[in-house]
Ligand binder design. Structure first.
Ligand code: HEC
Length: 105
């Protein structure tokens, strides 16, 4: 009886960590509102001052999550992006990655 309960609990835990790895594009859309102003423009150049902004649409979700982690953890340094990534959880990054990966298809 106890053993069966422990087995069920394990399955539940495994299930929830899978959900984190997957990323939810719908949640990611809401979390990406603030990004659209810079990353959502067709020419991928800020109007003024003119500087290049990397294209995120269609980019692989894992790449986006890894880049955001690098900004948050200080492996990459960029004032804007570091402040964007500062408050994000790993789940936020997975969701945001899933959203952008689906764009531009
Ligand atoms: C004010 C403009 C601005 C906003 C807002 C912004 N970004 Fe960025 N983002 C940039 C710039 C500029 C870079 C390039 C930084 C560099 O050279 O490291 C960048 C880089 C990135 C990269 C790395 C891309 C690559 O190919 O290396 C990712 C991923 C990213 N941003 C995601 C986001 C997400 C997600 C948001 C919203 C939560 C966001 N950005 C909001 C301007 C912005």
């Amino acid at each position: 009886m106890m053993q069966k309960l422990a087995g069920t609990l394990c399955l539940m835990l495994a299930g929830s960590s899978l959900a984190i790895a997957a990323g939810d594009p719908t949640a990611g859309r809401a979390k990406s509102e603030a990004c659209l102003g810079c990353h959502g423009i067709p020419s991928y150049n800020n109007v003024y001052p003119t500087y290049h902004v990397p294209k995120l649409a269609g980019q692989h979700a894992d790449y986006i999550a890894a880049a955001l982690k690098a900004y948050r953890d200080g492996q990459r340094n960029h004032p804007t992006m570091s402040s964007q990534a500062d408050a994000m959880t790993d789940q936020d990054m997975a969701d945001i990655g899933a959203f952008w990966q689906n764009q531009g298809k």
